[in-house]
Design a protein around this ligand. Sequence first.
Ligand SMILES: *Cc1c(COP(=O)(O)O)cnc(C)c1O
Length: 435
Amino acid sequence: MRYFSTRGDEAVALEQAIMSGTAPDGGLFVPAEIPTMVDGVADGEAGAINVLASQMLAPFFDGSYLEDELPAICDEAFNFAVELRAVEDADEYWSLLELFHGPTAAFKDFGARFLAACMSRIVTSPAYARGPATILVATSGDTGGAVAAAFHRQPGIRVIVLYPDGRVSTRQEHQLTCWGDNVTSLAVRGEFDDCQNLVKAAFADRDIARRYNLCSANSINVGRLLPQTVYYAWAALTSRRNHGVDPNFVVPTGNLGNAFACVWARRMGFPVGRLILATNANRTIPAFISSGNWEPRPSIATLASAMDVGNPSNMERLRDLAGGHAEVVQEVEAISADDAQIRRMISDTWERHGVAVCPHTAAGIHAMREAGGPGSRGRDHWIVVATAHPAKFEAIVEPAIGSSVPLPPSLAEILGWDASHDTIAPSLDALRAYL
Ligand SMILES: *Cc1c(COP(=O)(O)O)cnc(C)c1O
């Protein structure tokens, strides 16, 4: 399989698309075609998720020197549970797709672990002439933790994470700074944008970029999107077997990486019904769906902070795949929730079902209800994607439900480790000292 930029027609191999992140023309890499699953994959049993992953992703790895490694990559990346949790009472019956059972308790573990498994094989392959790589990533919280955890002790790769000093939660900071070895996390005196600008400046400096073989691991990397198709396929097959209908999915959305993978899974032939993008008060996507005008705007801070995105990059892939606005609205719907609605859904879901959810997931539950769900048993079935464990956002969730949220074991383990970090000024000279 070859990979094309959304903005041009120069094709590259999978390894190159993974290592370069963004296409040279500024576009995003997409596969030459979305393979339709045959041989019972799209209408069979879901089975074990690592096995399904390896079956589904094989056509995307066709012709790559990673092809033979794909089963091992999938075993490494999909080594924790995915769960469909039934939520029910006398009037309603729906499911949460829990994607937070990985090391850092958010769905980004899937993409980060898969990317790490691919990249470590690429940089240590004789076919790759550029030697060890340095991954430089700016984070407002979740991405950096998932990337640090996934690349920790991977051969041939160093990781430098930049985060805004004093602007991530205590637990998030711990997840960023407890690794050591090949992972360095630096607090930058500034905001997330200063971190992002520093990363851009380093990549733009040809000497630095070449000398340290800088690579990115951000969410537009095709190596993060591909593995995300797998849990949609798994959940759609499992749900159809249990309920006899193609389930509707609601996906809490920021940069549109997670939800876009669901669009690919449906194109591959997996039984996905309606797809609702749930946003917070950052309404760029819902506004586009209703007006047809694409108007990125500055991001607004909300309770669902990992979705505070005013210019969702993966929209470029969705528009490229679908065509125009008329086709995009055939693929997806979009509904936003403000902070009051998010808070209300956290407490309602607790009171009604005894289930604690994170603010992002709460935006999804709000969207499901606005979209006419959930149905009763035997009619339609709704799946809301639970993107993070509520204990990651305890400062918001615990007051809303009036109860404490126990830490999942993986997170408790990480929080028990020692952590330390340096703080730097937002300048390239200060960063250079750590490269
Ligand atoms: C990153 C993130 C999102 C948003 O995912 P996108 O792929 O950017 O749309 C939602 N919820 C949580 C908890 C996240 O970490």
